[in-house]
Design a protein around this ligand. Structure first.
Ligand code: ADP
Ligand code: MG
Length: 293
């Protein structure tokens, strides 16, 4: 394509809500055949809500919300926002935690009101040699079978509760997946969330291949393994956790509604956070470079 055509293509992209880092990006965009999609905040809205609290015997629900909410108030993860907001609306002002730490892909830990508190995946409890009670384990399995994310809460060495959170698929996601398929791309869902939730979301938007329970640092390996199969891979993501995979992909697409780290790492930004713009970007690149009319 001529420099003028590339400039026109880039300008048209801006009109469609696609920011392109440089003209050479259009060439890679044209070639991708596989598109890996992060779940939370990319395919789904990322605005989660707290739907239920299951407590262990002799555990006070308000206490669970106070301690878990206080910790999650310090995290920016969509799960954390759901827990902190849900807790604040039920119990009011939350205490300020000490020694707060975020454990990527697992949850948070810290000291609240003198208690050592953990909030996150069951696996996070496992790392501290704690396990869910049978009743809490059942609550977790039922929540996950219903397509919700189950979060464990523990303090002072004991599992105390399971929280259910969920977000919704973006209204535009099923159409976006259909359009990506029509352009010949294979969509793949990639998430740190549990398999049951991931499968439920995939079914809702029409994706067949799912990589679930992938730790943030392992997302990049999923991209590499697809590339090793000879695929030309696009990756779409919004989180700090997605940055390395976005950089590794042949084409990184960042949600404009996402974190600065993702936008930095991407080649393209979908300004409005609408996945349909990913299909627009591919169509535009093919049109600009003359492979379709
Ligand atoms: P995703 O790939 O869906 O964006 P992450 O890798 O960020 O997910 O997180 C994976 C899982 O770890 C979440 O689904 C959640 O169960 C758990 N998790 C991560 N951060 C937190 C947190 N702050 N509080 C509770 N759970 C968390
Ligand atoms: Mg995400």
């Amino acid at each position: 394509a001529t420099p003028t055509a590339l400039m026109v293509g880039t300008g048209r992209g801006a009109q469609l809500g696609i920011l392109i880092k440089g003209p050479e990006v259009l060439e890679t965009t044209r070639k991708v055949d596989t598109i890996v999609l992060d779940k939370t905040g990319t395919v789904t809205t990322g605005r989660m809500t707290l739907l239920a609290v299951h407590t262990a015997d002799n555990t006070d629900k308000a206490e669970v919300l106070r301690l878990a909410g206080a910790l999650e108030h310090s995290s920016e993860h969509p799960v954390a926002r759901a827990v902190a907001d849900g807790a604040a609306s039920e119990v009011g002002t939350l205490p300020v935690p000490e020694d707060f730490a975020n454990i990527a892909g697992l949850g948070v830990q810290g000291v609240v009101d003198g208690h050592a508190v953990l909030v996150g995946r069951e696996r996070l409890l496992g790392e501290w040699a704690m396990e869910l009670t049978p009743a809490l384990k059942r609550a977790k399995e039922e929540a996950e079978a219903a397509g919700r994310t189950a979060i464990a809460v523990a303090w002072d060495g004991e599992a105390r509760a399971v929280l259910e959170v969920a977000d919704a698929v973006k209204e535009t996601s099923p159409e976006a997946i259909r359009r990506l398929r029509a352009l010949g791309l294979t969509p793949i869902l990639l998430t740190g969330d549990n398999r049951a939730v991931a499968e439920a979301v995939a079914a809702e938007v029409g994706i067949e291949t799912v990589y679930a329970e992938v730790m943030p640092e392992d997302k990049v390996d999923v991209v590499k393994s697809l590339q090793a199969e000879g695929r030309s891979v696009a990756m779409v993501g919004d989180g700090v956790n997605d940055a390395a995979a976005l950089a590794q992909a042949d084409l990184g697409l960042a949600m404009g509604t996402g974190t600065d780290a993702a936008i930095e790492a991407g080649d393209l930004t979908l300004v409005r956070g609408d996945l349909r713009a990913a299909a627009d970007a591919i169509r535009l690149s093919r049109k600009t470079l003359g492979t379709i009319k």
